[in-house]
Design a protein around this ligand. Sequence first.
Ligand code: ADP
Length: 454
Amino acid sequence: MSYSFDELKEDVAEGRIDTVLACQVDMQGRLMGKRFHAEYFVESAWKETHSCNYLLATDMEMETVPGYKATSWDKGYGDYTMKPDLSTLRRIPWLDGTALVLCDMLDHHTHAEVPHSPRAILKAQVSRLEAMGFKAFMASELEFFLFDQSYDDARLSGYRDLQLASGYNEDYHIFQTTKEEDVMRAIRNGLQGAGIPVENSKGEASAGQEEINVRYAEAVTMADRHAIIKNGCKEIAWQRGKAITFLAKWNYSAAGSSSHIHQSLWSKDGEKPLFFDKDGQYGMSDLMRHYVAGQLAHASEVTYFLAPYINSYKRFMAGTFAPTKAIWSKDNRTAGYRLCGEGSKAIRIECRVGGSDLNPYLAFAALIAAGISGIENKMELEAPFVGDAYHGKDVREVPHTLRAATEALSGSKLLRAAFGEEVIDHYVHAAEWEQQEYDRRVTDWEVARGFERA
Ligand code: ADP
């Protein structure tokens, strides 16, 4: 599946590839970058290229958000170095003659990694695990809604009367999802051809809702894949005049879209599943118990990285399969943290808190940091929750609002120590800006509710 620089050079020489996308991942988890002529890329740009440093200081709408320490109008919005990581090189089958490479973001002068770059943040936490002798394997599922209309039509209609790709709840439904194969088959085959091993797609628990599952991989590789999958799904739908949204909750009456994160720790060589102990309770090793205990202890602090927008919090509704409680349970979809693969080598913890709007690098990094704290402090794991967690009394809640999650993030000694003070301040600023932008807007709901009626 891998695609080497030599293979790229050969493809360019033979005229099979003429374009190379050099991409970095922004704070929102999107691919940003440049489209290189392949000949220039293999000759020169493969070593490094540059981008404006505001790309790690914007909001979803590419606003030049004031108040960041890292960059600003005052500092002149200079450059970062984009350093292609050639191990991420791949063909993009759904774009003619195109390959893609992900880049690390480096300081223009010192060439040190930019500390608040999402990829750098995850790499730092993965290095901590490696120093402890562990390798993290992750899988992030991605749910989304598919619409039988184009992005432009959706926008021009003011996002009203959107046409879902199906009229019924299509959870596991073969006939409903057969109708969506035009897009979904192209996504599965396109990703596979881009070196991302696809397990399956399936209908999800709402009309027009789909899920794509790919094979678990080492954490940075999985986050890279997640970012490419999201971009690919949008491009493939767009090519067919359709639209996909990864909003966590696009409509009050529909289910939310999640990005559940499956996690397990393995020996450094990736051979031995260290979460498995056949003699342990439920087949869990002590290491796994400590890791999960750490994630529960710090559940509120990491929530911002699992739910970074105002909209993310609309998804946390009882009885919708989106969790509201930060407890763990055995194979129980009402819990924030679900034990999967009990008693087998595939044993893992699935964090169900994240929405499909999360940035995978930041989410994985925060979960790993919380897990490491559990391991370092040998935290005891509480008994598993049994029953319907939505109605559980006196159980740990997932923060209900962006405001609450931001406060928990800002006050997190754990994340400040793990990511660095400036990095956390950077993301607290992003969160506060998001809140402030929302607070000053007048919504359709409040006007319809409050307008005088005759
Ligand atoms: P479910 O449908 O119950 O959520 P799946 O069997 O579809 O679970 O698996 C979900 C994801 O978990 C898949 O992407 C799979 O590759 C991943 N996975 C399997 N084993 C592990 C593991 N040991 N560590 C991390 N992820 C894993």
